[in-house]
Design a protein around this ligand. Structure first.
Ligand code: FMN
Length: 191
């Protein structure tokens, strides 16, 4: 797998065996996560490349979205997934009380949508969207979608873990948008 940043044509993270070298030759930052090492903790976590999702729900103010990479599959039977909103987000209260929500997996070409819903929770009219039977805003054209009802909400430090029971799912062919070390990119198979 190589990871490339779209647009500027630069490799964000060359990961061919040659370029990785011997890990013992590299300087390693070792730290205890605490209030003084937040930057390092973020940097260490950022080494884990993820897909990118946009979670949507109907709020009292209207359709609400949030870009999230904390998404994870949890269980096949029953069908459960999770994501983790930060309590510090102005959108937290709306997502925490939503009984229904949808998780949209971004396709490789959907970084504009991901950037939008990282900046703002509203502005759906810039995109093609509709509503599910449960009244949840559904964004068109995503790589996959999981329409959920709330199964559980767990306290988790400065985040909550929201577990969704998947009532309906969809997917299309295509490559996914990747997020790693603070950059969006794409996926290409190792030759
Ligand atoms: C790639 C990416 C992934 C993100 N993942 C999460 C996440 O899993 N949980 C979360 O609370 N915020 C996440 N964020 C931040 C939110 O998208 C958004 O920026 C944040 O809620 C802004 O706070 P506000 O609602 O107060 O404006 C992510 C941002 C980016 C760019």
């Amino acid at each position: 797998m190589t990871f490339s940043a779209p647009g500027d044509g630069q490799f964000a993270v060359p990961v061919s065996p040659d370029s990785q070298g011997d890990p013992r030759d590299m300087s390693e930052t070792v730290f205890t996560p605490n209030a003084d090492t937040t930057r390092q903790f973020r940097d260490a976590l950022g080494c884990f490349g993820t897909g990118v999702t946009v979670v949507t729900a109907q709020s009292d103010q209207g359709p609400l979205g949030m870009t999230a990479n904390s998404f994870s599959s949890v269980s096949l039977d029953p069908p459960l997934v999770l994501w983790a909103p930060a309590k510090s987000s102005r959108r937290y209260a709306s997502f925490a009380k939503a009984q229904h929500f949808a998780i949209h997996v971004m396709g490789e070409d959907q970084d504009a949508m991901a950037r939008h819903f990282a900046r703002a929770g509203d502005g759906f009219d810039a995109f093609d969207w509709s509503r599910s039977e449960a009244g949840v805003p559904i964004l068109a054209g995503c790589l996959a979608r999981f329409e959920c009802h709330l199964a559980a909400l767990h306290d988790a430090g400065d985040h909550a873990i929201i577990v969704g029971h998947v009532d309906r799912a969809a997917f299309r062919p295509g490559k996914g948008l990747i997020f790693k070390q603070g950059q969006y990119g794409g996926f290409s198979e190792k030759g």
